[in-house]
Design a protein around this ligand. Structure first.
Ligand code: ZN
Length: 192
């Protein structure tokens, strides 16, 4: 913890760079990814403050649309699209994902009921090679399921049909730094 505190103490010594951020934000991208500490969106994309609106959830799961039961995730997505007007949503899964790995293996999660109940939103349950520590296949199919979930949000579906919004499925390798993107033409993940 101490190195983080030390950095935070000296971080605010760049007034010129940050002053204009007081005027507001206009990010073009909503970046949905896992809470995993090895995934650092600004590092991966080179985004500066104000450029990337982020939603981080365990296993980068997008919960089902339910207007009668608003969630923090739904509020973040709605604000990004309807207020900030982002034109692109990236769902970025990652290798060695603990959440997706637990789903693929069918781990017993009774000791962590909140995690268990959250992961229950992941339908269909991702499948893949259980012996693969990176769970690449499982994570990639899981990311595509989240894109389908986003399409089930009525206002997102409308914007997609009106070509005011694009969805992107990414897969990030925490051990190499490589980013793969899903190509709808070939239905395969390939290097960006
Ligand atoms: Zn993860």
């Amino acid at each position: 913890m101490q190195p983080l505190i030390d950095n935070a103490r000296t971080f605010g010594q760049r007034p010129e760079e940050f002053a204009k951020l007081a005027e507001g934000q206009s990010p073009q991208v909503l970046f949905i990814t896992c809470s995993d500490s090895r995934v650092v969106p600004a590092l991966i994309t080179g985004a500066r403050p104000g450029e990337l609106f982020e939603l981080r959830t365990a296993g980068n799961i997008v919960p089902p649309y339910a207007s009668e039961h608003p969630t923090s995730e739904a509020a973040t997505i709605e604000y990004a699209v309807e207020v900030l007007g982002v034109r692109d949503i990236v769902v970025c899964g990652h290798s060695h994902c603990g959440a997706v790995g637990a789903l693929v293996r069918g781990d017993d999660l009774t000791a962590v009921p909140a995690v268990r109940d959250w992961l229950a939103h992941a339908t269909p349950r991702p499948s893949g090679a259980v012996e693969d520590p990176a769970v690449a296949e499982g994570v990639q199919s899981h990311v595509l399921s989240q894109l389908l979930r986003l399409r089930s949000y009525p206002y997102l579906d409308k914007k997609l049909k009106d070509r005011q919004l694009s969805l992107h499925a990414w897969y990030y390798e925490v051990h190499t730094g490589a980013v793969l993107a899903h190509d709808p033409q070939t239905d395969a993940f390939a290097a960006l």
